[in-house]
Design a protein around this ligand. Sequence first.
Ligand code: GGG
Length: 395
Amino acid sequence: MAAYRLTLLPGDGTGPEVIEEAKKVISAFEEFGPISFETTEIPCGGQHYLETGEEWPLGSFEHCRDNSDAIVVGAVGWPGASLPNGDVAGGQVLLGLRSALDLYANVRPVKLYQGVNHKVHGSFSDVWDHSLVDMVLIRENTEGLYHSLLRRSAMSAQGGEKDSPIVIEKFPGLEGEVEWDARPISRMGSERVIRFAFELAKRRSTRQKSPQKVTCVDKSNVTRGCRLFRKVFREVSAENPEIETNEAYIDAFSMWLVRNPEDLDVVVLPNMFGDIATDLASVLQGGMGMAASANIGDNHMLFEPVHGSSPKYAGKNMVNPIAAISSIQLMFETLGARHDDDDAILCAEVLEGAISSHLSSNGQVTYDLGGKASTSDVGEAIATRCVEALSSMSS
Ligand code: GGG
């Protein structure tokens, strides 16, 4: 297999720190495993904007679009770094890529590894069954409440025309200063992400040898966009009668998610609900330091830890790099599936095994998991486990 073209966008704050550890893991696979990359690293984000007046160098978007098999982002966003229109500086990078590359499915696995305390049931961790938390939340990634910002970010990434503004003169019943955001949800946008959820449930059913349920989460009792989302969900469900489904409103779902995570396999949600629910769900897996994600479109893929730039911890070598390292595991898995590349799938399995054995055998962990290790200690330890596993396979 020729080298995959990988673009790294470390970004702001702790983003570059966790990407440094992801790079150690990637290097382990390049040196001792069956995969190679041609890697390009691009400076970007709010801090870069404050230093240079640009969110990333000219031509970066085109590089991501035309010369990247996979993109990996650290984090974007920095206090005080905003564009003249008030938008977050760095939005062109992450939100612009999600929108302009049509990365419509934001895939966020929530799995509690052995050795990691459940943040809700932590004190009972000896009796808590870790297999109770193993689900994937799929956040619609191109429309909903984010639509206007995504479009603005995509337009400026591509250096193109601006959309004409939506004009509403007045909201009856509201006086004085009013700001508002449209929340458009389309049939096409809903259908493609819902189909993605059903396909993922089928693959997981085969892999885990256990049928996987798909749950639709919305607020269709109140909002029209969600009514369309739910309607499309039922249509796709009717085409897949072998897959069990469930439906929930986001408010009740938030309670069920924490109370009965064992009832959830694959969950599909509109954009903003998906953003909020996945932060909540991260407490089931040990916190945001464990939450990895993939942004998937038909032609492009981007991977990132779910967490942001954590300015409070930046420069301290303190934060948990496992979310970023697990995002590399998702990258191997997705490259393998898309390119029919068994070597990449093998790399995904080895990395998953290394993370899992590190955590279950009391390996060093950062403060958020109750340990004292640094970001680089954890990255090095997991990279070493990968080298050991790869070396034992070739000997
Ligand atoms: N690595 C994730 C990150 O940098 N997030 C910052 C951000 O602005 N995210 C927008 C969103 O996912 O809603």
